[in-house]
Design a protein around this ligand. Structure first.
Ligand SMILES: [Mn+2]
Length: 320
């Protein structure tokens, strides 16, 4: 059976679900979770041990043009690496045969999970992949990730999304992997229903609190609202863009630890030029860019005097 490596991210269910799919299909999957800015580096070290793997998947993330070019020049790498991504700002990478960036198909928005699912389904037919319980979960992940809701699923899709926060990534993967293997249909348990209600109330409070402290500005003439938040950034951004639609065009949420999110709601507004200018990308109404190198240090230096930094970078990981 194949040995597979899967590189994806920790941000949301669209990064977690490919791991579930990989485990349903393959006997052995090594997973690496990273931020978009780390993909090249992680892939580089995975390629150093490429003999361990038959296929190296990258899902819901992408490589740089430079990295893609390196892969393209090697017959072995080109055969092993497969990228499934749905971020329009990376569509230009489709010039490489091993990169598949699809934003939508037949008027339906795609996400990393749906693209990877269709690939697995057609390449490695497997009874689990045909189960209704799995198909429903994948649809919910897609809707929440793309905001392309079918009205009949909307509420359940959002509740299912909340279970990701409630369970935490590891338990979510473990729990639903088991559920897909053992169950035919999906039902929210009574405990889950209560937990979801509590979680939704908590998120609502968090978002309202953040909305009270927005900074309004223009960036290169674009009217923006800026908030600092570490959690629930997508819903915060969408709510901000919607509530202040007369005042701003783009909602920006900064997580100093991780990345910057951009959200828009209005027709005719496209966040990708701004996100791309700052080294990121995404879709028309949702995207992100990395935190500038050294930001945390400069914040500390703004607050404190005579700061002396200790060096010592750790390597990301070693060959398994
Ligand atoms: Mn996604």
């Amino acid at each position: 059976m194949k040995n597979v490596c899967l590189i994806t991210h920790i941000a949301d269910p669209d990064g977690a679900f490919p791991i579930i799919l990989g485990q349903l299909v393959f006997e052995h999957v090594d997973t690496f979770s990273c931020e978009i800015k780390e993909v090249d580096e992680v892939l580089k070290s995975v390629l150093e041990c490429h003999k361990n793997y038959d296929t190296i998947y990258i899902v819901d993330l992408n490589v740089s043009d430079e990295m893609a070019n390196t892969i393209d020049k090697s017959a072995i790498f080109k055969e092993k690496v497969k990228v499934f991504d749905h971020h329009v700002s990376r569509e230009y990478l489709n010039k490489y045969p091993f990169i598949h960036v699809v934003d939508s198909k037949d008027g339906r928005k795609e996400c990393g999970t749906t693209l990877f699912y269709e690939h697995l389904r057609s390449t490695y037919p497997n009874a689990y992949l045909e189960k209704e319980v799995l198909k429903k979960m994948i649809e919910w992940v897609r809707e929440v990730d793309t905001f392309d809701f079918l009205e009949e699923y909307r509420e359940e899709a959002l509740q299912f999304r909340d279970l990701y926060t409630i369970y935490g990534r590891e338990r979510y993967i473990e729990h639903f992997l088991k559920g897909i293997r053992e169950q035919e249909t999906f039902v929210f348990t009574e405990t889950e229903k209560v937990l979801i209600e509590v979680e939704q109330e908590r998120v609502k409070r968090y978002v309202e609190e953040k909305l009270e402290h927005i900074k309004f500005a223009t960036i290169n003439g674009i009217r923006v609202g800026i908030s600092f938040a570490e959690a629930n950034r997508s819903i915060l951004g969408h709510t901000m863009a919607d509530r202040f639609k007369d005042k701003i065009d783009i909602a920006i949420v900064i997580n100093v630890d991780r990345s910057i999110s951009y959200r828009a709601e209005k027709e005719g507004v496209d966040i990708t030029p701004l996100a791309t200018y700052y080294g990121g990308g995404g879709h028309k109404h949702a995207g992100g860019s990395p935190i500038p190198y050294g930001l945390e240090e400069s914040i500390v230096e703004q607050i404190f005097e005579r700061v002396k930094w200790e060096n010592g970078e750790e390597s990301l990981h070693e060959c398994l």
